[in-house]
Write a protein that binds this ligand. Sequence first.
Ligand code: CDP
Length: 793
Amino acid sequence: MTDTRQRSFEDNDQKPMGFGRMLRKEDPRFVRGRGRYTDDVQLPGMLHLAILRSPFAHARIVSVDTSAAAALPEVKAVITGADLAGLGLAWMPTLSGDVQAVLATDKVRFQGQEVAFVVATDRYVARDALELIDVEYDVLDPVIDVRQALAEGAPLIRDDLDGKTDNHCFDWETGDAGATAAVFAKADVVVSQDLVYPRVHPAPMETCGSVADFDPVEGRLKLWSTTQAPHAHRTLYAMVAGIPEHKIQVISPDLGGGFGNKVPIYPGYVCSIVGSIVTGKPVKWMEDRSENLISTGFARDYIMRGEIAATRDGKILAIRTNVLADHGAFNGTAAPVKYPAGFFGVFTGSYDIEAAYCSMTAVYTNKAPGGVAYACSFRITEAVYLVERIVDCLAYELDMDPAALRLKNFIQPDQFPYMSKTGWEYDSGDYEPTMRLAMELAGYDELRKEQAEKRTRGELMGIGISFFTEAVGAGPRKHMDILGLGMADGCELRVHPTGKAVVRLSVQTQGQGHETTFAQIIAEEIGIAPADIDVVHGDTDNTPFGLGTYGSRSTPVSGAAAALVARKVRDKARLIASSMLEVSVADLEWEKGSFHVKGDPGTAVTIQDIAMRAHGAGDLPEGLEGGLEAQICYNPSNLTYPHGAYICVVDVDPGTAVVKVRRFIAVDDCGTRINPMIIEGQVHGGLTDGVGMALMEMISFDEDGNCLGASLMDYLIPTALEVPDWETGFTVTPSPHHPIGAKGVGESATVGSPPAIVNAVVDALKPYGVRHADMPLTPSRVWDAMRGTAQPP
Ligand code: CDP
């Protein structure tokens, strides 16, 4: 559905009074090097903290001798797990209700685990002092292969948990096993495929860190930290450390990317707090790149079996999957409590089917805590990969065009709101126009002709499609909470006497441009220019409570809160305008930025006039308080379900098996578009991420549990050289329950692009009889696929 109103937003100039293209308000500070990140925080007398990490994946700690390190004059404290145990702080809850060691006391359970820390007068001395700590380990057999974690006699990793006798983390299922089996039994065609979504790392440009400043006189803690969820972190610190919540201020300053990596609470944050309490000085902890890559939240790590049942003419009937999920040594996932497998339940994708079923087993292994939602709404990336790959496997078996197969099976516009077979209510969607637009932009038929011709010459060209539906905007409080904290978001708006405004958000930007787009939402609703609206975020003392930014939830939840708080202010402004113009409220007409008497535009009072009257001298209407401000806590009634159609064109060199992404067409539908320029930026970044995951990125381990992706020399991430010029388009299907019809978009491209790229590579290899190859599709993997010698990763 094309929304004509939307077209006019697209055409706006660089200074829209509301939605439209607009340069980012925050960029002047970033391009001038004036961003203020956690590592820029310098406090008088500040000390520096370094963490000693385990060289082993699994080992018992026999003894820790810190005396030589403690003897250095510049060293102010050396703390071990035993010290923390004495304070009751050796273990902390994770956001998924597991417990994780802050510093190991009994055993180390992954290579890189935190064992002790040093606080010293500078970063270099602190690091050197780590060398002087003598730890005696009794090395144990590690569990590295996830398939072996539940085998008879596998070493027990979590013997800290009462009654634990195996490496089970959790079991989970969704859908209807019986109904799905019945549909599979009657289907003409059943295709099954094993798929691996390898362990990858979000690898934000800025690593994690914190500066803790505990004031023993006031009993007050000020913590700057690289967090995507300052309010949730503050509550947890209060619960764990016993510092009253009102005495904790968490500040999340500028963040150099998050991508889910900055959602969990890491031991380093807690260590910096302990360090500051113990020394009485501010203490800074900042990871280096390797520490970030080996010890902080990983993503994916799913081994999936996908099965799809269909009629011979390509009607998809059912999808079934079984998943083995590697959660590492501690379950570090941050997912709503009721959803231990995140939103993987949307694995039925964009298709109208009769039945679906998923069973999942999650296990512990001797690897760093895993399962963070890396640029996706809680496991949607894995779900989309599963369905979009398995649909392509079906197309292969039916010898059917993958675009035609998808078009034949889409949920139809009149079926929305659509209840999926796993219980997700898709709010709105109109899939065929999005798909057709992508095909038109790609020149799909021409591409197929070109491919056929190239195949006659032995050239390997592939065209891959992915069509995704996401579920973003967690979430309705009745279904969603993290450790008991409901996922609603607060928002506060104040209009100052001169008509300038400040909006305070509970979400926290990590580069997505919130300072611009949230000002645009307010501008759209009350007609104050975005330049005149200050956006405050990332400081628990100065913003209302809310659960933070991840899973593309900011626009669906806080964006809605911003629109509604502005409407509350506008409602009050209307009452004041009626008294100023001496007419009844019913006789007033709103035109963005002013009220006038119906039929008489010359009588207008602007929002600025009203703001001055709200704060100034003179009477206000009976019973109305002065000031022009409002506060709201928004509890979304549903998630929003953005969708998109992606088409990737690759060339594979038959001699070297190197994949070149030649073209990529991305058509996204995120409902009402607030700032198309920012959306394009989000999509470009996500597509680049997708190239990384599909072709380059994997954190692997050797049999002893040594992490083989501990630096960016080994863990490849994409650069501008590996990606094409992105070709983007859009359709607009507003969300019916969101006040401005917007859906999230920040992660659509990361979610949607890997299957398109893999489908393209597999399509290129069709002449070799290849139906599937696992990511990352490095030249050696592609080479093996061509020769039929691929091993499961
Ligand atoms: O939660 P996060 O900010 O990562 O994701 P998001 O809510 O999808 O928003 C990412 C950026 O795109 C924000 O600056 C949004 O305001 C902007 N956006 C937009 O302009 N229009 C939309 N319909 C959705 C997001």
